[in-house]
Design a protein around this ligand. Sequence first.
Ligand SMILES: NC(=O)c1ccc[n+]([C@@H]2O[C@H](COP(=O)([O-])OP(=O)(O)OC[C@H]3O[C@@H](n4cnc5c(N)ncnc54)[C@H](OP(=O)(O)O)[C@@H]3O)[C@@H](O)[C@H]2O)c1
Length: 344
Amino acid sequence: MTEASKERVLVVGATGFLGPALVEELCFAGFHVVCGVRNLEKAARELGFQDVELLKVNLNTDLDPELWYSRLQEFKIDRIVNNVGIATSFGGQSLENVNVHAPIALFEAMQRFVAEKRNTTKHSDKTEVIQISTTGVDWDDCSSFSYPSSKLQMDNFLSGMTGLSHIIIRPNVIYEPERGHLLLERIARMPVNFYVGHAQIQPIHCREIAIGVARLLQKPSTIQSSILRAVGPVPMTWEEVFDVSAKALGKDYSWACRVPLRMAQGVTMLIQMLPAKVLQRLGILSKMDPETIVMMTKGSTGDNAEWLQATDMKAIRLDACYQAYADGSDVYAGFIKAVRDSSC
Ligand SMILES: NC(=O)c1ccc[n+]([C@@H]2O[C@H](COP(=O)([O-])OP(=O)(O)OC[C@H]3O[C@@H](n4cnc5c(N)ncnc54)[C@H](OP(=O)(O)O)[C@@H]3O)[C@@H](O)[C@H]2O)c1
C-alpha cells in the first residue's frame, strides 16, 4: 500500500499509556496516523513510529468546532479515535472541557466534514469515530463521580449524533507490563500484598484494546452494538490481581493486608507529594486523589463476548501475560505478536 492510498486516522491523546499502543497498532494495520498531542517533545519520545504526523492540540482550550474543522481539512482525516480522558483535574485542567466540551466540538466538526465529503465521494461503510470511555459509566451512582459522569455525558452526546458512524469502547482497568498507571511487576516485588476493597474488576491488556480498535476500523461498521465493554476475561479482586501477577512472575507475597479506605486516601494525599522516581519504585505512575481511590474500590464486571466478537480477538489473560513477560522480552514480544496475528 502506498502512503498516499492509506486511510488517515486522527488519534487524539496519542501519548501516555494507551495512546502509543493505539498508534502503533493502527500503523501495523496499514493506517496513516495523525497524532493529536499536547506536548510535542513527549510525543517525539513516545511515538517513534514510521509515517506518523504530529498535530498539537489542547482539549482544555480547543472548544471551537471551526478550529477542529480546519484541522480535519488540513490533515485530510478519514477517521478519529478520541483517546483523551482525565480522571482528575491535576495540572489545572477542566475535566468538563477535556472529557466533554472539546470532544463534542471535535465530533461536531467531523460530522460536518463527513457530510461534505459524502457529497463528493462514495459513502464509506466504515466506522468514522471511536470514543474511548470507561466501564465506570455503568455504576448506579456514576453521577457522584466527576470522571465517569463526564464520560457518560460524552457517550450520550455521541450516541445521539446522526450521520456519524461511531463505536464507544468502555474499557475496564487497563494494564501492561512496564507501562500504565500501576506497574504490577513492581508491586509484586513488595513483601506485603496491600489492597483496597473486595470488589471485582476485569483488567484488560492495553494491546487487546489497541489491536481491537485497529480491527474495528478495518471492518465494515456492521456490528450490532455501538457500545462495547472492553473487559478482560477473568473477574478478580485487587488482591487477586496483585497475587496472580506476582505468582506468574515467580514471586509470592508473605502476607496480604486490606488497607482501610480512609488510610488509602491519606496515603494518596502523601503520594501526590512524592517525586516521580519514588512513585516509579513503588510501582505507581499516576497521581491519584481520594476520589480515584473510592473508584478503585467500586469494581465493575460483565460479559466480554460482544467485544471479542466485534474485534475477532482472543482475550488476553493477566496470568498468561505476566508468565510470558517473566520468560523474557523475546517471549513476551512473541506473545503479543500471536495476539495480533490471531483471530477467534
Ligand atoms: N488506564 C485505565 O485503566 C483506563 C480505564 C478505563 C478507561 N480509560 C480511558 O482510556 C483512555 C486512555 O487512558 P490512559 O490510561 O492511557 O490515560 P493517559 O495515559 O493519562 O492518557 C490520556 C491521554 O490524554 C491526553 N490529554 C490529557 N489532557 C489533554 C489535553 N488537555 N489536551 C490533549 N490531550 C490531553 C494525554 O496527554 P499527555 O500524555 O500529554 O498527558 C494522553 O495522551 C482515557 O480516555 C481513559 O479515560 C483508561
